[in-house]
Design a binder for this molecule. Structure first.
Ligand SMILES: *[C@@H]1O[C@H](CO)[C@@H](O)[C@H](O)[C@H]1NC(C)=O
Length: 144
């Protein structure tokens, strides 16, 4: 009888630990906004005319002022997920992309679909996590 009680107690503590770890992990991201931009993507403030810095997946982005970090964000990778938008149903559920920062949004060669967002995603990147006819979305993001 005592052994069963002890086991039950241990299981309870284990459950608690699992749930805590799960919550801590899923709350690491920050919340922000994302717009999208179309070609031309070159030149970039990070790499000039060097197209080899663009991931072949086309999953890249231009940093907004919030994450630009005075240029230190060039080359950083972020996980980005769409969490909501003005129009319901805009987010593609359960889609997370990993993007590389290649440019600074306010000086990008093409105008972003919305001003002042945390990040401006390439056409391809935006279209994977949201309806591509949206101009801006709310995101959860986390540096890799
Ligand atoms: C994307 O949004 C547009 C405009 O709101 C809508 O007409 C279209 O059906 C949406 N596409 C999908 C795949 O939900």
């Amino acid at each position: 009888m005592r052994i069963i009680e002890t086991l039950r107690c241990c299981l309870f503590i284990l459950d608690f630990l699992f749930i805590s770890v799960f919550f801590i992990n899923s709350c690491q991201g920050d919340v922000g906004t994302a717009a999208q931009y179309n070609p031309p993507y070159l030149p970039t403030i990070c790499y000039g005319n060097d197209a080899s810095e663009f991931p072949s997946s086309n999953l890249f982005a231009a940093a907004g002022d919030g994450i630009w970090d005075n240029g230190a964000s060039c080359g950083r990778q972020y996980l980005v997920r769409c969490i909501s938008a003005t129009q319901p149903g805009t987010c593609v559920p359960d889609q997370t992309i990993q993007i590389k920062v290649v440019d600074y949004a306010p000086s990008a060669p093409s105008t972003p679909s919305a001003d002042g967002t945390t990040i401006v995603l390439s056409e391809t990147a935006f279209g994977i996590i949201a309806n591509s006819s949206a101009s801006n979305i709310n995101i959860e993001f986390q540096q890799v």
